[in-house]
Design a protein around this ligand. Structure first.
Ligand SMILES: Nc1ncnc2c1ncn2[C@@H]1O[C@H](COP(=O)(O)OP(=O)(O)OP(=O)(O)O)[C@@H](O)[C@H]1O
Ligand SMILES: [Mg+2]
Length: 245
């Protein structure tokens, strides 16, 4: 496999109310093309911060980010927007859906912005909403559907351009076990078609589908387990759960 993304000594410090928070304290992460990576760790350890930097949604304090053989940490907002439109699908922890657009329009928008015809955007949206069980919500505004449905809309929007890299922050956080299975099926399908997946999850069952599980604590990656396609033992699942203490 070849490398798709790499960070070198990535740090992020936030300044809030005269206090400095070291959200990331030197993260070295390499992701192979086609890999499925899950990131776990307690609340506040820096998981969303890391994903934001990988998606170009925030600027690192120091360190490097390389994507597809090219250094990208110095790119401006417009260049990152192009990358996110063409190569990186981003699903936010807080969904960030557009309130005054319907579910269907929210999902189709990135496809239209990438230059697909409205017919193609609609075809892709219908396929995704069917797979995710949110077809009936297509005409509704995001404010009138449940949190779990909004989450699936956010995932469909991130996937519609078939990005080389899908970054997803807690894609199953609000879902019941049935919807979690639908979402996992979509993620694995995307991964089997060659798309690289990097996600954050608190759910050991979701993490157990990954090739590699990274554990974060206090702004650092402190451990990793490789699952290599085998069915995880109950011991391993237990070990993943205890990471969340
Ligand atoms: N915009 C911000 N301004 C100031 N501090 C921030 C900001 N975003 C995050 N932080 C702080 O950075 C640290 C890491 O936050 P982050 O959101 O990355 O954690 P997380 O691991 O995603 O947590 P959770 O599991 O609760 O989503 C926390 O201490 C948080 O309070
Ligand atoms: Mg988070």
């Amino acid at each position: 496999m070849t490398e798709l993304m790499r960070t070198v000594a990535l740090t992020k410090r936030y300044h809030a109310n005269d206090e400095e928070v070291a959200a990331l304290r030197g993260v070295d992460l390499a992701v192979e093309r086609g890999e499925f990576v899950a990131i776990m760790g307690p609340s506040g350890c820096g998981k969303s911060t890391l994903l934001h930097l990988l998606g170009g949604l925030d600027i690192p304090t120091s360190g490097e980010i390389h994507f597809d053989g090219r250094r990208v940490d110095g790119l401006g907002e417009a260049a990152w927007a192009v990358l996110r439109r063409r190569q990186i699908g981003y699903m936010f922890q807080s969904f960030n859906l557009i309130a005054n657009l319907s579910v269907a329009d929210n999902i189709e928008l990135p496809a239209l912005m990438a230059g697909h015809s409205s017919r193609e955007a609609r075809r892709r949206r219908e396929l995704l909403t069917r797979q995710l069980g949110i077809e009936a919500q297509a005409v509704m505004p995001p404010g009138r559907i449940s949190g779990g449905q909004q989450q699936r809309v956010a995932l469909a929007r991130a996937l519609i351009n078939e990005p080389a890299l899908l970054i997803a922050d807690e894609p199953t956080g609000n879902l019941d076990s049935h919807s979690t299975r639908d979402v996992l099926g979509i993620l694995r399908g995307a991964n089997e078609r060659g798309q690289t997946v990097v996600l954050v999850t608190h759910d050991p069952n979701v993490a157990s589908r990954a090739d590699r599980v990274l554990r974060m604590r206090d702004g650092l990656i402190v451990g990793e387990s490789r699952l290599e396609g085998r069915t995880p033992s109950s011991d391993l699942l237990q070990a993943l759960v205890t990471v969340e203490d």
